[in-house]
Design a protein around this ligand. Structure first.
Ligand SMILES: Nc1ncnc2c1ncn2[C@@H]1O[C@H](COP(=O)(O)OP(=O)(O)OP(=O)(O)O)[C@@H](O)[C@H]1O
Length: 285
């Protein structure tokens, strides 16, 4: 495929007009109180995600990216502003999303197959044993854990646990994925494979995605739109449409000059925020 085929013919507008708004944060702020002191973690964040968009949030550690995901998942209410999903306020745990947090939260006393199977039972209470076995095997195959079905989480590497957690989330067939550093624990080669696999799945199931990552390359490779957060309180410093056509080949795309140009452009914004974050941590010590 020539690189021209990878570029959309028209300039992207971020929100494809024909698509419904799936997730919306309107002038959201979050205050936390720790040890008697209140501080603002997220400030004046407005984000609209149309259905089937893949949005990536990048920014230095502690800038409030996970806090944004927690609000969309319904685990945290904003101090100011509003969060809506399909036009309705998010007021309780959002069961329409699959949320993969930084911790993998697998049940340590259950095997890989059982961890995934229990999730399937929760979703399809009427499913029979054969169906469960088939779907679990499909998921295990999908994330490359064949041969490890009977292993317990403690017997797996960090990357394998992540893959088991990914399979457990996907078996719910969520319409939206909230992914918090899903590949941070993986080695470079596996990360590339998993990125490609996730892109394929998102395409196949037409899912809406918010990906939180420290890795700008990952963000540009995978997302339709990248938002750079300030170092704290987290505000949106800049956002950019990523004009590469889907389905994407993340393995090829990373070597293209257009990819490097966008990466460089966003890095020039992000590096200031990393520097500000390091300085803030130094002052806090
Ligand atoms: N429940 C909480 N109570 C108090 N402070 C919190 C709470 N959750 C998050 N924070 C603080 O809010 C800020 C934003 O945290 P958050 O986890 O959203 O950042 P992040 O950008 O996801 O960071 P990282 O990339 O390191 O995961 C941080 O200073 C964090 O310590």
């Amino acid at each position: 495929m020539s690189h021209l085929q990878l570029i959309r013919p028209e300039p992207a507008t971020g929100a494809t007009p024909a698509r419904r708004r799936k997730i919306s944060l309107d002038k959201v702020a979050v205050d936390f109180t720790t040890r008697g002191k209140t501080f603002r973690a997220v400030d004046d964040v407005t984000i609209e995600v149309p259905e089937m968009q893949f949005l990536a949030l990048v920014g230095p550690s502690g800038c409030g990216k996970s806090t944004v995901l927690n609000m969309v998942a319904g685990l945290l209410a904003p101090s100011e502003g509003s969060v809506t999903y399909d036009g309705a306020p998010v007021e309780a745990a959002n069961t329409r999303v699959g949320y993969m947090t930084q911790k993998d939260t697998l049940l340590p006393w259950r095997s890989v197959a059982d961890n995934i199977g229990i999730a399937f039972e929760l979703r399809c209470r009427k499913a029979n044993a054969a169906e469960r076995r088939e779907r679990v095997a499909e998921m295990i195959d999908l994330v490359g854990l064949k041969g490890f079905e009977r292993h317990f989480p403690a017997e797996l590497s960090g990357g394998m646990r992540k893959r088991a957690a990914l399979a457990r989330m996907l078996i719910y067939e969520p319409e939206t994925l909230l992914l918090d550093e899903p590949f941070a624990a993986l080695d470079a080669q596996l990360r590339i494979l998993m990125q490609q696999e996730l892109l394929r799945l998102v395409e196949r199931r037409q899912m809406t995605v918010i990906l939180v990552t420290h890795d700008l390359e990952e963000a540009v490779l995978m997302a339709d739109r990248v938002m750079v957060f300030t170092s704290g309180p987290g505000r949106i410093r800049t956002e950019r449409d990523i004009p590469f056509e889907r389905p994407r080949n993340a393995m090829e795309l990373r070597f293209r000059p257009e990819f490097s140009a966008i990466h460089e452009e966003l890095w020039s914004e992000l590096k200031d925020e990393f520097a500000a974050s390091v300085e803030r941590e130094r002052r806090a010590q």
